[in-house]
Design a binder for this molecule. Structure first.
Ligand code: ZN
Ligand code: ZN
Length: 354
């Protein structure tokens, strides 16, 4: 039996079934990528059902111990009865109301658990990475770093944000990234005050900050990094903001460890920014987990009491954004071990004035 399925089975009680349909969760448990199919896990059994388009490939890819069976595409009540399921737990955060209604019709007489049991159970498992998963994320991260190096060489006054984003994208996709982690952010000058601004036709000018947030995907696993660089020169205020964000980010990396809460992790960075008087200008969470999804648990927000654990890969990404003027964000990914952290990001962070 796949170790991942076994770990889920340990959380499932007799008579309970878990229905896994969300693509990243399916992939996590079955090693199989498809646009259709679902996995049903009970305490004793695991059954993956998919349609005729995928059945042959699924039989070859799905680990031993998970039974593979062809279906016409929908879950059937007979299957649930065969597996002895009296209560079916679903992925509430990935289930539409329409999908829930159709499940209710299929599951006449079977209780549907649409609470957070399954999301939490799968989120907890996925949040603790194996060495193999760490290696994939590191490979993605190295691709992103090389793309950044190539891109820094082309940044000069007159280049547009869109050209910078395209350079990052081209260099990631042409050196082994199977996809981009998300739509690359490259924002300059006053646009850099928008944490998730969209690259446009604005031309870079001397005196600008340029914030680039981007990542590559390798074997389904994402990387995530942000660097802010300056062009021409910086004012003392720009340097102060940059130094504050960098100090906050390094304080967070220094203090991150298994056993603190997400809120404590967030505070490591936030306290530094607040003490420098910029608290009102840091209005997003300090970080998030990264893996098969670009944003996944644990989420390092100021109100989360969730505990960080060894095996987590989380970002540290404080920022300061002065509306209409400029912004700075610096983001690395950290792998939490029993001993401390490994910073998976190697790109330099001292202020670079191009
Ligand atoms: Zn990012
Ligand atoms: Zn991020």
């Amino acid at each position: 039996m796949s170790l991942r399925v076994y770990a889920l089975q340990e959380r499932i009680s007799v008579g309970q079934g878990a229905l896994i349909r969300f693509p990243e969760n399916r992939r996590y448990f079955t090693n199989f990528i498809s646009s259709a199919g679902f996995l049903i896990v009970t305490r004793e059994r695991a059954l993956f059902q998919t349609d005729s388009r995928y059945i042959e490939a699924a039989q070859a890819a799905v680990p031993a111990g998970i039974e593979v069976r062809e279906t016409r595409g929908t879950l059937e009540a007979d299957t649930l009865r065969e597996l002895g399921i009296q209560k079916l737990s679903i992925e509430a955060s990935h289930t539409t109301i329409a999908a829930l209604r159709s499940l209710e019709k299929i599951c006449a007489g079977i209780e549907i658990d649409s609470g957070d049991f399954l999301d939490t159970a799968v989120g907890d498992l996925r949040a603790v990475k194996s060495r193999d998963e760490v290696e994939k994320i590191v490979r993605a991260q190295r691709i992103a770093e090389r793309a950044l190096e190539k891109t820094l060489a082309m940044i000069r006054p007159g280049v547009t944000e869109r050209e910078i984003a395209l350079s990052l994208d081209f260099n990631m996709l042409s050196t082994g990234a199977e996809a981009l982690s998300f739509e690359t952010i490259a924002v300059s000058g006053e646009n850099s005050s928008k944490p998730h601004g969209v690259p446009g036709d604005r031309q870079v000018c001397a005196g600008d900050f340029i914030t680039m947030d981007f990542g590559a995907v390798v074997d389904g696993y994402h990387s995530d990094m942000t660097r802010t660089v300056a062009v021409g020169s910086v004012t003392p205020e720009q340097r102060k903001v940059y130094d504050t964000v960098l100090a906050a980010q390094e304080a967070m990396l220094d203090g991150l460890r298994a056993g603190i809460t997400c809120a404590q992790a967030d505070a490591l960075a936030r306290d530094v920014i607040e003490q420098a008087g910029y608290g009102a200008y840091f209005r997003h969470s300090a970080g998030h987990g990264v893996g098969l999804e670009i944003h996944e648990p644990p989420f390092e927000g100021p109100r989360s009491q969730e505990m960080l654990r060894a095996g987590n890969i989380v970002t540290a990404e404080p920022g300061i954004y002065l509306p209409g003027r400029f912004g700075v964000r610096i983001e690395d990914m950290a792998y939490l071990t029993e001993q401390g952290i490994e910073n998976l990001t190697q790109a330099p962070k001292e202020l670079l004035v191009l």
